[in-house]
Design a protein around this ligand. Structure first.
Ligand code: THU
Length: 133
């Protein structure tokens, strides 16, 4: 399976149009392709209680589950100027949980693997290891 990064970025720009971000004035859009070729998208949704803000990646993962779940293969995120945005630390963890092995991200320093942006990640495998001693 391959990806058209420009098209994925364009989908992130479209999703950004629904951003609710008047507190920060920093709209974000995110888009990903699942391993079975579905497009999932998200935008940031802020809150008067600032710390409750949902990043665009959170609503993307909600969209993934609304569509019945699956694993993410390719991911892109954009800011208000259309520039590629790095997912914040919390969202790297969130994306890792739902990533297919080898998931690729469009980053400020090129195409990277999810394990490049979250090295030695803690994830479901560690919980399994603990269970099995
Ligand atoms: N934001 C995201 O949506 N994703 C990120 O990975 C980084 C930050 C949002 C949260 C907040 O609404 C705004 O950007 C400024 O931090």
């Amino acid at each position: 399976m391959s990806v058209d990064w420009d098209a994925l970025k364009a989908a992130a720009v479209s999703a950004r149009a629904n951003s609710y971000s008047s507190y920060s004035g920093f709209p974000v859009g995110a888009a990903a392709l699942t391993t079975d070729g579905r497009l999932v998208t998200g935008c940031n949704i802020e809150n008067a209680s600032y710390g409750m803000t949902l990043c665009a990646e959170c609503s993307l993962v909600s969209d993934l589950f609304r569509q019945g779940g699956g694993k993410l293969a390719y991911f892109a995120c954009v800011d208000g100027n259309g520039n590629t945005l790095m997912p914040c630390g919390r969202c790297r963890q969130l994306l890792f949980e739902h990533s297919a092995p080898g998931m690729k991200l469009l980053t400020v320093s090129g195409i990277k693997d999810i394990t490049d942006v979250l090295p030695d990640a803690f994830g479901p495998a560690q919980l399994e290891e603990h269970k099995n001693g």
